[in-house]
Design a protein around this ligand. Structure first.
Ligand code: UGA
Length: 425
């Protein structure tokens, strides 16, 4: 089938390439010339392990092409995936400006029946709005259907997730569009859930919000476990052995970040508020998450004293999680902001992220030089695999605060480090 992907970010590019793998012919459309040029040359404009190999393969075979020519792209393709961003608006709701622009453009250039698929994370009711926006711009009435088909891939493992989904959700009331979608996904072996667009849109928000809830639950429990001297990792493992609970997303740490959980939980809370319904569980999830990076500062103060002014803090990791260059809503940046407010001296490191306005170093060795304390903020393997015994003499004080519970406490203590994790006893 011929597919148009509008928006070449993580979701759009990964989705397009996965459809190439399934034998479909894909066009990627983006208004940003730099992105188009890079993608045509087989280069990703973001960091996502493994995706570049697939990109080069399908660019070389012309299974995927990239264009800025909106009119031709819309006219030549009958299945159009909307994969543009839905950033958080000022009031917490999802900003649909980009989705609306795409829908209106499709309406203006539509030449024959199209299946328009929203893959961007969009609030409940957006499929109806997209239909309206498309119709408003049509000069002659041409039939089309709008389908909700949310994406569940994670940054850092986007390709694996998109190739091996747990489920595919198709939200449509149209028989014709349903048939097209089933054909598109026919080579996938996972279950396909067919429902209406609103339920499909809600499944996406509910899934992200539930995962965020698991994280805040375990993080809050970790604070109690710290007081009771209990290892939270053992608690997570023991809970996870119950299939009804599951092991995933019970890793205590600095709290969730990224471009999805914070935004989607807020949008769901806002949507409920608009219906005068407080979602008190999710409100607590947000509160716990907002505090979690600062919990590390409490720990720091138990060692360094209340006054952090002029104390040198080495921060290892800026990305919101490993294997991505994304720093949106990164707990690491929340921590740094607070430390700066307390006039601590920050020395930062990340294997791939470089930020302005930050004293950042190329190697961990340079970063920890003279540090009063070293804080692990991102779960990069590079930190896990460090030779910590050779790092120790460089630090002013061999103190590690492990915001990801990723290092071996016993081993570090045997090397003479003071180690504090998140209830990692
Ligand atoms: C998340 C969802 O997991 C995807 O299913 C969804 O498609 C995506 O949002 C989206 O809506 O686009 P992502 O934000 O890329 O994916 O990353 P996750 O792996 O879910 O991690 C989110 C945050 O939770 C990270 O900061 C991570 O460090 C944190 N986390 C995750 C924990 O603190 N503990 C855990 O046990 C798991």
């Amino acid at each position: 089938m011929k597919i148009l992907i509008v928006g070449t970010g993580y979701v759009g590019t990964t989705t397009g390439l996965v459809f190439c793998e399934m034998g479909h012919q894909v066009t990627g459309l983006d208004l940003d010339d730099n992105k188009i040029q890079a993608l045509r040359a087989g280069k990703l404009h973001f960091y996502e392990p493994g995706l570049d190999v697939l990109l080069r393969k399908h660019v070389a075979s012309k299974q995927i092409t990239f264009t800025k020519d909106t009119e031709i792209a819309i006219k030549e393709n009958d299945v159009i995936f909307i994969c543009v961003g839905t950033p958080q608006g000022m009031d917490g709701s999802a900003d649909l400006t980009y989705v609306k622009n795409v829908a209106e453009t499709i309406g203006s250039y539509m030449n024959q029946y199209k299946v328009i698929v929203t893959k961007s994370t969009v609030p409940v009711g957006t499929a109806d709005l997209v239909s309206q926006w498309v119709s408003d711009k049509q000069t002659t009435t041409i039939p089309f259907d709008v389908v909700s088909n949310p994406e569940f891939l994670r940054e850092g493992s986007a390709l694996h997730d998109a190739l091996n989904p747990d489920r595919i959700v198709i939200g449509t009331t149209s028989e014709t569009a349903g048939k097209v979608m089933r054909q598109l996904y026919q080579s996938f072996t996972c279950p396909i859930l067919e429902t209406n667009p609103k339920a499909s849109e809600m499944i996406k928000y509910a899934s992200n919000s539930f995962l965020a809830t698991k994280i805040s639950f375990i993080n809050e429990l970790a604070r109690l476990c710290d007081l009771l001297n209990i290892n939270i990792n053992d608690v997570s493992a023991g809970m996870g052995m119950d299939h009804r609970i599951g092991t995933h997303f019970l890793r205590a740490g600095m709290g969730y970040g990224g471009s999805c959980f914070p935004k989607d939980v807020s949008a769901l809370i806002k949507a409920a508020k608009d219906h005068k319904l407080p979602l008190s569980v999710l409100e607590s999830v947000v509160n716990v998450n907002d505090d979690q990076p600062l919990y590390l500062i409490d720990k720091m103060k138990t060692i360094l004293g209340e006054e952090l002014k002029n104390k040198t803090i080495a921060v290892l990791g800026l990305a919101f999680k490993a294997n991505t260059d994304d720093t949106r809503e990164s707990p690491s940046l929340v921590l740094i902001k607070r430390l700066e407010a307390e006039q601590a001296v920050i020395r930062a490191h990340d294997p791939i992220v470089t930020l302005n306005n930050l004293q950042q170093f190329k190697t961990v060795e340079e970063t920890v030089a003279g540090a009063d304390v070293t804080v692990i903020c991102t779960d990069w393997d590079a930190y896990k695999n460090l030779n910590w015994s050779s790092i120790k003499p460089i630090m002013k004080q061999p103190i590690i605060i492990d915001g990801r519970n990723m290092l071996d406490k016993v081993q570090l203590e045997s090397l003479g480090f003071s180690y504090l994790g998140i209830a990692n006893h």
